[in-house]
Design a protein around this ligand. Structure first.
Ligand code: MN
Length: 713
């Protein structure tokens, strides 16, 4: 166990004249309080807070933080109290220790339902003082290093929590080393077999490549020296979890990954980075698409480096990170690298902390705990892209974000009125995935409200909940507009006068609070127009020509059974309903109805590109769902586009695949586009979306077919 004087010496190694009294007092206090307590491993309990403190000295943290680390378990596990700690160490330290105590209690709660609330409290405590997170992460790191002493089921739960929450948080504040270690330790417990396999492979590989790694390293070093660039070259050891993650995310096997070598060039000045880069690129061929300049645009966690991949001397791929010493320090220590000792305000200057804090504040706005957890997982733990407003402001977004996310990130009003966007000066669909460095200009219309379908496209919680809210309102408005129209027609047919004021008076009879609620329910098909007539004119006799004697007057049911009726829920009106002509919707599709006044309602698959054109011409989007009777088997028309080789027998082959997969070809047209290729448009009747997908898949497996796409008009 580390002695008292050793701890003080460590701190004195990076702080001039440290507050020895504080360190000594905290050491003695914690040691006495924990007394004879033991850890699961049998070690004295005090060894744990001491190790946590040691981890924080490696990060060069101030004496207050070290003292808090020593004391972090005293309130929870010993007879120490907040009042006593305040008396001995002052209320600042007391406050931090109490914060950690609360978090420790939360660790013990394992129910899923509580998880979100726990995480929220953790984040709020962090935004109060970032040092809480630094101590908590070090605490978790030491617990993970000594996890083996725990019961296996407990190990797995703690490891999973570490992987899902603490490791990403460490990454988010730029503490890459800590993140790596947390991930590697967790991986071992979460997936022991995969861990063993990867370790085995890596050992074999390391042995095999020892000389090659040295050769590349020396080659780089000497070539750079010739060019007068002073650089420290080191090879990066591959870590089991990062290898495993790469295999999983890119679908590669170990062999495909094994020809990648990682090296790091540490240079003196920023301009040396670019010089070294230029040199490397002239000396070796660069692999396209792998170059990233995080020096001119740093990551949100302050990380700076140049990344590139070149084809090395023995034709293997060599990944290079080029950075200065200072950048290297930030890359390893993250926020902690900004610590100027004894001055908490310096953390505040770090933009990583700033952005973490901003995210937390945004997250805290979430409506409920569940939504909060969803947002957090989306925003806190994903990789990011950085985009610019036309005025040059940087907006950081999770990877996969769209211009819609961008619009909402700038302001909710901008998101709600977004109708299109320009990416780097060119108009593109709003669902385009943003790339690093994109300049995004949002095109707006005040009349617009965001389509509900966007909810499944966006990547940020803020956009998602705003769209949900706005489209709830918009859908409600559409239904009430539709309802009003239905009622007007229905009253006409019933030869009664429709009047909003009369409906207002009749509200109690319908047990509804507002006229709009009634209209929306009629629009949604949840209230019969006849009920509204009767509520206003109680003497009115409902005549149901369509109802037969046995049906108890459920006219809606009868209508549903009428042949040729489109089986869609959410529409109850006399307006004609039809499928879009070009490649209509089939069961299993998400569908959207478009109400064009005077024409009726047309149903489109939600991915249909035609939908975009209705956005601002006054048409109404209606949220509809399928209402199929499983007993009533019926086929639906769909269309596909096929690009095939222009040679004999191709047509027969296409027709054969469709027939073998139980598709009914209704119509087929074709056109030779160049001599080698022919385009076909085929209308097929199918049972539903999965049936259609199966046909498309079978077709696309044929070698003469180079492209198959569904047409959604
Ligand atoms: Mn602890």
């Amino acid at each position: 166990m580390m002695r008292q004087y050793e701890l003080v010496e460590r701190v004195a190694g990076y702080i001039e004249n440290p507050n020895e009294t504080l360190l000594n007092k905290a050491y003695v206090y914690a040691m006495q309080k924990h007394g004879e307590q033991k850890r699961a491993s049998g070690d004295p309990y005090f060894s744990h807070p001491l190790e946590v403190a040691a981890i924080l000295t490696d990060l060069h943290l101030d004496e207050e933080t070290i003292a808090v680390a020593l004391l972090h378990d005293t309130i929870e596990d010993t007879d120490a109290t907040r009042i006593e700690i305040d008396e001995v160490f002052g209320s600042k330290i007391g406050h931090l220790v109490e914060g950690l105590t609360k978090l420790k209690r939360l660790d013990l709660v394992s129910q899923k339902a509580k998880q979100a609330e726990n995480l929220r409290r953790l984040l709020l405590a962090i935004s109060d003082d970032i040092r809480v997170l630094l101590v908590k992460l070090s605490d978790r790191l030491h617990n993970m290093r000594t996890l083996g002493a725990m019961r296996p089921d407990k190990c797995k739960r703690i490891a999973t929590e570490t992987m899902e929450i603490y490791a990403p948080l460490a990454g988010r504040i730029g503490m890459q080393d800590l993140r790596d270690e947390l991930e590697e330790l967790s991986f071992k417990y979460i997936n022991p077999q995969a861990y063993e396999t990867v370790i085995g492979h890596l050992d074999v590989l390391a042995e095999k490549n020892k000389s090659l790694t040295q050769e590349i390293s020396q080659n780089l070093q000497s070539k750079l020296a010739e060019a007068n660039i002073k650089a420290r070259v080191s090879s990066r050891q591959k870590k089991p979890y990062s290898v495993f993650r790469k295999m999983e995310s890119k679908g590669l096997n170990f062999e495909q990954l094994s020809d990648i070598y990682g090296f790091r060039l540490i240079v003196e000045k920023e301009q040396d980075c670019y010089q070294a880069l230029g040199f490397v690129h002239t000396e070796w061929k660069m692999v396209p698409g792998r170059f990233k300049d995080y020096i001119s645009v740093p990551k949100q966690n302050d990380y700076q480096s140049i990344h590139t991949t070149v084809v090395g001397p023995a034709r293997q791929r060599v990944e290079l990170q080029i950075r200065t010493e200072q950048m290297h320090k930030v890359a390893e220590y993250g926020i902690a690298a900004h610590a100027s000792y004894r001055n908490n305000e310096n953390y505040l200057e770090s933009s990583a902390y700033e952005s973490l804090r901003a995210t937390i504040e945004q997250l805290a706005e979430g409506d409920n705990a569940e939504e909060f957890l969803e947002h957090t997982k989306l925003e806190l733990f994903l990789d990011q892209v950085f985009c610019f407003t036309p005025k040059g402001r940087i907006i950081a977004l999770p990877k996969g974000a769209t211009p819609i996310d961008f619009a909402y990130a700038v302001h909710t009003d901008i998101g709600n009125s977004c109708i299109g966007c320009k990416l780097n000066g060119k108009i593109v669909p709003v669902v385009t995935q943003l790339q690093n460095g994109d300049e995004v200009e949002i095109i707006r219309s005040e009349k617009q409200s965001p389509p509900a379908a966007w909810e499944s496209v966006v990547a940020t919680g803020k956009a998602r909940s705003s769209i949900r809210r706005a489209s709830r309102q918009a859908v409600y408005k559409q239904y009430s507009t539709l309802g009003a129209r239905i009622l007007e027609r229905h009253f006409d047919k019933a030869k009664q006068t429709y009047d909003k004021d009369l409906l207002e008076i009749a509200l109690p009879r319908l047990a509804r609070d507002s006229v709009d609620d009634v209209l929306a329910e009629v629009g949604r098909g949840e209230m019969q127009p006849d009920d509204v007539v009767v509520a206003i004119y109680p003497e009115y006799q409902v005549e149901n020509q369509e109802v037969d004697a046995q049906s108890n007057g459920k006219s809606a049911l009868i209508q549903n059974k009428k042949p040729g009726r489109i089986p869609i829920r959410g529409i109850n009106s006399d307006l004609p309903v039809k499928f879009s002509k070009e490649g209509g919707a089939v069961p299993g599709d998400n569908i959207i109805g478009i109400l064009v006044p005077g024409e009726g309602i047309t149903i489109y698959p939600s991915e249909s590109k035609t939908l975009a054109k209705f956005k601002d011409d006054g048409a109404h989007m209606i949220d509809v769902r399928w209402d199929l009777d499983p007993a009533n088997k019926e086929r639906f028309p769909a269309s596909i586009y096929v690009l095939v080789d222009n040679k004999p027998g191709t047509l027969a082959l296409v027709a054969d695949v469709i027939a073998k997969n139980d598709g009914n070809i209704q119509n087929l047209s074709m056109k030779v586009i160049v001599d080698e290729f022919m385009e076909m448009k085929i209308d097929i009747d199918v049972w539903g979306r999965s049936h259609l997908t199966q046909i498309i898949k079978q077709l696309s497996e044929k070698s003469v077919i180079s492209k198959v796409d569904r047409i959604t008009g």
